[in-house]
Ligand binder design. Structure first.
Ligand code: ZN
Ligand code: ZN
Length: 151
């Protein structure tokens, strides 16, 4: 955890930003809940437990800054809520998501499945791809079994 905080601190410094205590509290919550895809409000409530003096606006600004610097990715799973997801260390692309339409669970795929698709886009459309988002909506394994049982 500490080395990741350190790394984020360096990423901020490289762009002339400081890791203020408020920013650090927000980053720690993101690291502790890495698998959770939290909304800004969720993050705010968790940050507040550690730093009660922090305001929602500060947390919002920190999240915006972190997304600008590509430390976090902002993502929307189609429910109108923006969620924040830490970019995995050393990842060149944003990981893919499998979202269950039944229970809302979110699985992550770290492997980049779109390398070939990007090549096609670059050669056929002359478009220089820098990143992509890929979210699959469907039924997770647990919900598939539940559906079979109830029919
Ligand atoms: Zn994710
Ligand atoms: Zn499910």
């Amino acid at each position: 955890m500490e080395h990741r905080i350190d790394r984020i601190k360096k990423q901020l410094h490289a762009q002339s930003y400081k890791l203020t205590p408020q920013r650090e509290a927000t980053v720690r919550v993101l690291l502790e809940h890495e698998a959770d895809h939290l909304s800004a409000e969720d993050i705010y409530l968790l940050v507040k437990e550690k730093a009660p003096e922090i305001g929602l606006a500060t947390v919002y600004r920190t999240l915006e800054l972190l997304s600008e610097l590509k430390i976090v990715d902002k993502i929307n799973f189609g429910d109108g809520v923006s969620r924040y997801d830490l970019r995995k260390e050393g990842a060149e692309h944003f990981h893919h998501h499998l979202v269950c339409i039944e229970c809302g669970s979110v699985e992550e795929i770290m492997e980049d499945l779109l390398g070939d698709v990007e090549k096609i886009i670059e050669s056929q459309w002359g478009f220089q791809v820098q990143d992509h988002r890929l979210t699959f909506h469907g039924l997770c394994k647990v919900c598939q079994t539940a559906t079979v049982k109830s029919t």
